[in-house]
Structures are given as C-alpha cells and as structure tokens.
Design a protein around this ligand. Structure first.
Ligand code: SF4
Ligand code: ZN
Length: 348
C-alpha cells in the first residue's frame, strides 16, 4: 500500500469541497525569465498549459496534501486554442542570439494523455524543435506516465537529448511520501522512471519539497540532504529544492490556518543550499521559493528576508557557492536555531 487510507480520505474530503469553485479559465499562461541552462546563463520560456489538471489530485486518493494547483486548471481543455496560442507566444518569445530552456508545465503531468493527448504532445514538441535557440525542453510528469510509449512519442517529435523530465519526487523517504504528502508513489517508482528516461537518452530533474506537514524543520533539512545523496547515487544531475508555500483548499492550508504549521525559514534554505553545493559542486541546484518573504511562503523576521532571497536567486542563476557564503547577520538567526530544536521536540 502506497497510501494511508485515513489520511487520504481526509485529503479527499477537503479537495471535494474546494473543487466546487474550481476555475474555468482556459488561458495559456506564459512568461520569459532569466534562467541557468546547463551550458550557462540564458532565458527560460515558461508555459502553463490549461489542461484538466493532475489526475492524482482528481482521483479518489484526494491527491497530495500540499497541492492546490488543480483549482486553477479548467475542467475541459480547448486544444485548438491551446496550440494556437502556444505557437504564437513561442514565436514572439524567441530572440536571435539568445539561448532558451522551454518549460512546458500543466500543473500536472505533460505525459498524462488524459491531460494532453499524444498527438497534441507531439505537435507541441515538433513546434519547439524548429528553433535552434531552444537548447533544453523541460516537461513535468508523475513517474507512472513515464512509459516507453510516452518516451517514444517524445523521441519521434524532437531531439530527446534536449529533454529533461522533471518529477516531483519531494522526498526519497517512503514514510514521508505516504504519511505526510500522500504522494501515491515510492522512491522505487521514481528510480524505475529515472532509468527509463535516461535509457531513452533524456535527462531527469527531481523536485524535493522542503518542510512537508508533520516533518519538523530540522528533520526536513536532514531529509533533503539524505534525498540529495540518494539522487546523486542514481545519477540525477538537476535538483530543485522547492520550499513549501500554502495553497488554498489543501490539507496543509487547514493546519496552517489553525496555527499548527509554520512555513519554512529562509535560514534553513540557505543552510541546505550551502551544504549541498559544497558536497556536490557539479550538481545543478535550484532553490525555488514561491511567496518568499510572506507568511504563506518561506520567510524570516522581515528585516533580513530580502537579502537572503536575493542571494538564493543569484546563486540559482550562477551556481556559484560564493553568492551564498556571506555571513548574513540578523537577530532572528538565534530564534531560528532555537525553533529548530523546539519544533522537533513538540512534533516528536
Ligand atoms: S503535487 Fe503534483 S502530483 Fe501532487 S497533486 Fe499536485 S500536481 Fe498532482
Ligand atoms: Zn532576520
């Protein structure tokens, strides 16, 4: 069993209520931002494609305890409009002389045919392959959709060596996956998907989640470091540490509203990035902090937040440890240290 039935039932009840006021917008969200490519600094063109949403979140399992992306997905997709807008925006975004990573996100799984049918996946990738400026293509998927057939479709549509499949592993610890996140898969499923992807000639990126529910800040620091070590052993070369932010309509948002959960400290993220980058200098390490500096995202005391967020952003782009090695000083650092200890004791 990869789910805890009581936990999953509670998540489903919360989900069902919130799904009632789900969005109907079919807008293709798109932007261009600075990005660190494997070959150096460049730009990322990001698309959020409006699909029906993550099948795991829509299933009887209730989905992940921390995720509310499903509320922004339309209930039905219009693939003609999606494709037309995607092509227009892609052509507008590419500038000569720049290099790009194209990120094709759905707030679910790109390789899930019930979100994007195979022929549409193909047409999206074929369009991208016309541009020599696009050096990397990033797709997100749960491991169960990473099948031989899905990988063959990618290989028929584009140069698969440019493709990186990003998997929201969250943690390499099966207990955390089941009892804290309700992820519905285990480390072993990730490992199998990873082998299929690299066997087909594509690359793998793993997302790790910092501070899921019921895991203390201190234990989550340890978990991230242990998870990175396992990922390094199996040969994953890009890891994104995603600090939790509170999504509405989730199990976690209820804990947060009852004051039973504090979003992570920026000091912890700084510590994690320093530890990992000094142990694995060749690893591409991304630190992604949504709602940074607010109560619903990773934050410190308010006085020192900006300088730490800026340093982490700079580090993500440069991959240079020096960008986060400054000895930042603030009185809340002592508070963070005692919090690490006290929260661990309370939760245990
Ligand atoms: S975190 Fe990913 S797998 Fe989990 S419900 Fe959200 S989109 Fe689906
Ligand atoms: Zn501070």
């Amino acid at each position: 069993m990869k789910i805890d039935s009581e936990f999953s039932k509670t998540i489903r009840e919360i989900r069902e209520k919130s799904l009632e006021d789900r969005s109907h917008t079919r807008k293709v969200v798109h932007w261009v931002e600075d990005h660190r490519l494997l070959s150096g600094p460049g730009k990322a063109i990001v698309f959020i494609l409006p699909t029906r949403g993550c099948s795991w979140a829509l299933s009887k399992s209730g989905g992940c305890s921390i995720c509310g992306y499903i509320y922004d997905n339309p209930q039905e997709s219009d693939y003609d409009i999606m494709l037309k807008t995607y092509k227009e925006k892609l052509h507008e975004s590419i500038k000569e002389g720049e290099i790009y990573s194209l990120k094709l996100f759905t707030s679910g799984s790109f390789l899930d045919a019930s979100e994007i049918p195979e022929d549409i996946q193909k047409r999206i990738l074929e369009e991208a392959s016309q541009f020599k400026e696009i050096l990397e293509i990033v797709l997100e998927s749960r491991p169960e959709y990473v099948t031989k057939k899905a990988l063959d479709t990618i290989a028929e549509s584009t140069d698969i060596s440019k493709v990186e499949v990003a998997i929201g592993l969250e943690s390499a610890n099966n207990d955390i996956l089941m009892k804290s996140i309700n992820k519905g898969f285990f480390w072993e499923d990730f490992e199998k998907a990873k082998s299929r992807i690299t066997g087909a000639g594509a690359r793998v990126k793993a997302y790790l989640l910092f501070k899921p529910p019921f895991v203390s800040e201190y234990n989550s620091i340890q978990d991230i470091i242990q998870s990175v070590s396992k990922l390094n052993e199996v040969g994953v070369d890009t890891i994104s540490i995603n600090a939790i932010s509170i999504h509405r309509g989730t199990y976690l948002s209820i804990l947060f509203e009852k004051n039973h959960y504090r979003t992570p400290w920026l000091w912890s993220l700084l510590h994690i990035c320093r530890e990992i980058k000094s142990s694995y200098p060749k690893l591409r390490l991304i630190c992604d902090i949504v709602a940074a500096g607010t109560q619903r995202g990773a934050h410190n005391c308010g006085n020192c937040d900006k300088q730490i967020i800026d340093a982490l952003k700079k580090f993500t782009l440069s991959q240079n440890l020096e960008d986060i090695s400054e000895d930042f000083v603030c009185s809340c650092k002592t508070e963070w240290k005692s919090y690490l200890f006290e929260e661990k004791v309370t939760l245990s």
